[in-house]
Design a protein around this ligand. Structure first.
Ligand code: ZN
Length: 98
């Protein structure tokens, strides 16, 4: 009964974030960033310049699963954070077609 009065997902959120942190040290992730390609802009970076990004953000119910985690360069990661969903799609459109 108590659980239903908690803000939904608070516990899950920290669990998913911890899972992401663990996966960042996995060989699966190291292999993924070793190509150095940003999932969004397709530009090449050095692996340490790529960050782990959730395709579906954890705050919107995304999980820290391999299929939901992609390498993103800092620029794309920042853009995704600060742009509105519509603006983000415009940004993607622009970088992929320029
Ligand atoms: Zn990028």
């Amino acid at each position: 009964m108590r659980e239903s009065s908690f803000p939904p997902g608070t516990q899950e959120l920290s669990v998913e974030k911890q899972k992401a942190r663990d996966l960042r040290h996995s060989s699966w992730w190291k292999k993924k960033v070793s190509s150095g390609t940003c999932f969004y802009c397709k530009k090449t970076f050095s692996p340490e310049d790529l960050t782990m990004d959730h395709l579906i953000p954890v705050s919107r119910g995304g999980k820290s699963e391999k299929m939901n985690l992609v390498p993103a360069c800092k620029e794309c990661n920042n853009k995704k954070k600060y742009l509105l969903p519509g603006e983000w799609e415009e940004y993607l459109d622009r970088i992929l077609h320029s």
